[in-house]
Design a protein around this ligand. Structure first.
Ligand code: AMP
Length: 228
């Protein structure tokens, strides 16, 4: 990505089904663009880990792979956008997931003075998603994802490579029976956003197959071409 990109203001939405690599790519974009990732899934998992009221309200819904209500999500993102680290923008990962959330985000971005979003959707065939998630492990403390095959030590010890907590587990909702439901929910509730953003001429599509760096290079090309 061209070095000048880190001085722009950005709203970037990473769209795509569960397991296409949105979180991994968001973390790489955070490093380059120096703006925060807003992962609503990570925020909700942190609420569950902290034992908050919100956490206990959403735990069962998340374990079943259903969507948490729009009102909760919109409030959560509104508060997150109030924090000063989003002054130059944010990378949205897992939000919006429904049309009402997309409408709300459009308004919120206007209110906080951020540009209309560039939306990058990452495409991976369903069969590959199912295989990826069967071997995905997640650090519930920092959100980093690991692979059963590639990160054997971390997976066996449950210790995240970034050091501290023994919190590397298979997410409840990454179990095969729940993954199918999450793909169904994606097709029904979230896939309509593709047309929503296509109509606004904000949608870019990249293939999510290949290495992390290959996918990142495709995203960087789309962001370069989308910079005003
Ligand atoms: P993720 O980590 O993005 O796969 O999200 C995990 C789970 O959190 C989802 O399956 C939903 O239950 C919930 N969740 C996260 N983001 C949203 C959202 N934008 N709208 C509704 N539910 C969400």
């Amino acid at each position: 990505m061209s070095p000048g990109l880190s001085v722009h203001r950005y709203s970037i939405i990473l769209l795509g089904a569960v397991g296409v690599g949105k979180g991994t790519q968001a973390k790489k974009l955070v490093e380059t663009l120096k703006i925060p990732q807003i992962s609503t899934g990570d925020i909700l998992r942190a609420e569950i880990a902290a034992g908050s009221d919100l956490g206990s309200q959403v735990k069962g819904i998340m374990e079943r792979g259903e969507l948490v209500s729009d009102d909760i999500l919109i409030d959560l993102v509104r508060s997150r956008l109030d924090k000063p680290d989003t002054a130059r923008g944010a990378i949205f990962d897992g939000f919006p997931r429904t049309i009402p959330q997309a409408d709300a985000l459009e308004k919120l971005l206007l209110e906080v003075g951020l540009p209309a979003p560039i939306v990058v959707t990452i495409d991976v065939p369903d069969q590959e998603i199912i295989e990826r998630l069967a071997s995905r492990r997640t650090c519930l403390s920092c959100g980093m994802t690991l692979s059963l095959a590639l990160d054997k030590d971390a997976v066996q010890s449950h210790k995240c490579p970034d050091g501290k907590t023994p919190n590397v587990v298979q997410r409840e909702d990454d179990r095969p029976e729940t993954v199918e439901n999450r793909l169904k929910v994606y097709r029904e509730k979230t896939a309509p956003l593709l047309e929503y953003y296509r109509r606004r001429r904000s949608l870019r599509t990249v293939s999510g197959t290949g290495t992390t760096n290959e996918v990142y290079a495709r995203i960087a090309i789309e962001l370069d071409s989308g910079t005003e």
